[in-house]
Ligand binder design. Structure first.
Ligand code: CP
Length: 318
C-alpha cells in the first residue's frame, strides 16, 4: 500500500459523473466533521476568514441557497447572494458578463444555479474562481447527490450492496442523475421507476434497473428516494392528472410496506405533499427529509472548505 494525496483544492465541483470515489469519500468524511460544528452552540469558526463566496442563483431555491450561505458564514467567509431577478441580468446582461463582473470583484468561489444544462461547465471555462454547481437544468445537482449519499451512509453505515429506488419525475431531475452517478460508483443497486413519459429514453445506459410500475421497483429496497414532480419544467400531457399520478405512482404507506421494514424514505424537497408522497410517509419515522436538509449544510461546508483548503493522504494499492 502506498500513500496518495486526494485533494479538491482549486477544483470545480460540477457533477458526480466526473468525481472519483476517493473525492466523494473525502467530502463525506469532511462533512461528518462539519456536522459537529453545526451541533455546537456557537457555530462560527475562522477557517475561511478572508475568503469570499458569491451565490449566483438564476432559479429559485430555499435549501441550497440558504445552506450555502450558512455554510460560508459558519466557516468565517464573506458571503454575498445575487438574486438574478434583482440584478443586471434583467437588463439583458449575459451569463458570461455576469460571471466576469463577479470575478472582477476578487471572489474565491461562485456557487451557481442555472436553468441550462452545462451552465456550470461553461462558467468554469469562463472565469477563474472555483465554480460549485448548485444545479444546472436537468443535468446535475452534485451537492444534493452528496448529501443524499451522506444521509444513506449515516443511516445504513455503507453504500455498497444497498438497493435504492428513485421514484417519479426522473426526466427533469438533476437530483436523480447525481444520485445515480454517485450511488452506482459506490456500489449500490439503483432502480428507477415512474411513468414512461417521465423516464429518459436512454436511462438504461446509466446502469440502472428501470420499471414503469412502482410496486416491483420498491420490492425489498433499503432506500426510497421520491422525486418532486417538476411541473414548471413539464409540457402538458406527461401524466393524466395529479390525482391519477398520486393513485398510480404516489408513495403511500401501502406501497412503502413493499420495501424493507427499515427502508429510509428520502425526498430532496420541495415536496408536493399528496402528489408524489403522502403526508404520513413524508413525516413518518422512516423519513430522513429533515436530516437531509441538515446534512446538506454539512456537505456544503465540507465542499467550501475542501475547494479552498483541503486534501488528505489516503492508502491505495495503485
Ligand atoms: N433540493 C433542492 O435543491 O431544494 P431547493 O430548490 O430549495 O434548493
Amino acid at each position: 500500500m502506498t500513500k496518495r494525496q486526494v485533494s479538491l483544492r482549486g477544483k470545480n465541483i460540477l457533477g458526480l459523473q466526473g468525481m472519483t470515489i476517493a473525492e466523494m469519500e473525502l467530502i463525506l468524511d469532511s462533512a461528518r466533521e462539519m456536522k459537529n460544528i453545526i451541533d455546537r452552540d456557537i457555530k462560527k469558526v475562522p477557517t475561511l476568514r478572508g475568503k469570499s463566496i458569491v451565490n449566483l442563483f438564476f432559479e429559485p431555491s430555499t435549501r441550497t441557497r440558504t445552506s450555502f450561505e450558512l455554510a460560508g458564514k459558519y466557516l468565517g467567509a464573506d458571503v454575498v447572494n445575487v438574486t438574478t431577478s434583482a440584478s443586471s441580468v434583467v437588463k439583458g446582461e449575459s451569463l458570461r458578463d455576469t460571471l466576469l463582473t463577479v470575478e472582477a470583484m476578487g471572489v474565491d468561489i461562485i456557487v451557481m444555479r442555472h436553468e441550462a444544462e452545462g451552465a456550470a461547465e461553461f462558467a468554469a471555462a469562463s472565469v477563474n474562481p472555483v465554480i460549485v454547481n448548485a444545479g444546472d437544468g436537468a443535468h446535475e445537482h452534485p451537492t444534493q447527490g452528496l448529501l443524499d449519499i451522506y444521509t444513506i451512509r449515516e443511516k445504513k453505515k455503507a453504500i455498497a450492496g444497498l438497493k435504492v429506488a428513485i421514484i417519479g419525475d426522473v426526466l427533469h431531475s438533476r437530483v436523480a442523475r447525481s444520485n445515480i452517478w454517485g450511488l452506482l460508483k459506490m456500489g449500490a443497486e439503483v432502480r428507477v421507476a415512474g411513468p414512461r413519459t417521465l423516464l429518459p429514453r436512454d436511462i438504461e445506459k446509466f446502469g440502472v434497473k428501470v420499471y414503469d410500475r412502482v410496486e416491483p421497483a420498491l420490492a425489498g429496497v433499503d432506500v426510497v428516494n421520491v422525486l418532486r414532480i417538476q411541473r414548471e419544467r413539464q409540457q402538458k400531457g406527461l401524466f393524466p392528472t395529479p390525482r391519477e399520478y398520486a393513485r398510480i405512482f404516489g408513495i403511500n404507506q401501502e406501497r412503502l410496506a413493499l420495501a424493507q421494514p427499515d427502508a429510509l424514505v428520502m425526498h430532496p424537497g420541495p415536496m408536493n405533499r399528496g402528489l408524489e408522497i403522502a403526508p404520513d410517509v413524508a413525516y413518518s419515522e422512516q423519513s430522513s427529509i429533515q436530516e437531509q436538509v441538515k446534512n446538506g449544510l454539512a456537505v456544503r461546508m465540507a465542499i467550501l472548505f475542501l475547494v479552498l483548503m483541503g486534501g488528505k493522504d489516503i492508502e491505495t494499492s495503485a
